[in-house]
Design a protein around this ligand. Structure first.
Ligand code: 6PG
Length: 240
């Protein structure tokens, strides 16, 4: 599969992801004077955000023209250990000259439905309508095949019109806020970052198994007018 890039280890994967971030930022700023990127949560991107904040990479990015969004957020305050915003803030946003007005946080601390509607309005205001064409959208994949906060057999998977959904995840007994598949698939460039042996079976199921997006939500990701690439380490690629 041409859109699957396998790296010998997670360090190589993270460096490739950082190079992709720099490339898409340069391209979109040259074309549109701005770079709109949606960050992923979870643990895999931690090393990416740290690398992007390093002197070598930070100087390559025009942070004043970079706009930061999220693909999903946990319904917790922004200073909570589980917050995807906190992860990005601690590793990246606090260390680069990004104007605070360029940070579009999902407010996990308020009512989930209100937070989802608020975020949808922010997206429409930024993109000038319903076409949430992120220049780059980063995603992870859980070992259950979820991506963003589109978990197997959860209500948000059925969301065909809204851009952002409040999603109750019964298996975790938590509320999440997530971009819908519609909003995700409007992106220009989508990159999955998947590392570790624990993802190998599910990754095989997602990429090589039968289409069953209700059970494997990562299969819902198929950009309408953009490209999708999988950055995978050798451990996660074991069965491919
Ligand atoms: C989240 C993420 C989620 C994540 C996967 C993979 O809020 O947790 O958005 O979709 O990308 O769970 O997480 P790891 O990178 O920690 O395996």
């Amino acid at each position: 599969m041409s859109n699957v890039h396998i790296f010998p280890n997670v360090e190589a994967l993270i460096h490739a992801a950082a190079d992709e971030f720099v490339r898409r930022a340069s391209e979109s700023i040259a074309a549109r004077e701005r770079f709109a990127v949606a960050l992923s949560g979870g643990s895999t991107p931690h090393a990416l955000y740290t690398l992007l904040a390093s002197a070598v990479y930070a100087q390559k990015i025009d942070w004043a023209r970079t706009h930061i969004f999220w693909g999903d957020e946990r319904c917790v305050p922004p200073d909570h250990p589980d917050s995807n915003y906190r992860l990005a803030h601690e590793t990246l946003l606090a260390h680069v000259p990004l104007p605070p007005r360029n940070i579009y946080r999902m407010r996990g601390e308020i009512d989930p439905a209100a937070a989802a509607e608020e975020y949808a309005q922010a997206l429409k205001a930024f993109f000038g309508g319903e076409d949430t064409r992120f220049d780059l959208l980063l995603l992870g994949m859980g070992d259950d095949g979820h991506t963003a906060s589109l978990f197997p057999h959860t209500p948000a998977l059925a969301e065909k019109s809204r851009l952002v959904a409040a999603n109750y995840v019964e298996s975790k007994a938590v509320w999440r806020i997530t971009l819908s598949a519609r909003a995700i698939n409007a992106a220009a460039h989508i990159v999955f970052l998947v590392a570790g042996a624990g993802k190998a079976q599910r990754l095989y199921d997602v990429l090589k198994g039968a289409p069953q997006p209700e059970h494997l939500p990562a299969q819902s990701v198929s950009p309408v007018n953009g490209d999708l690439r999988w950055f995978i380490d050798a451990e996660a690629a074991l069965l491919l």
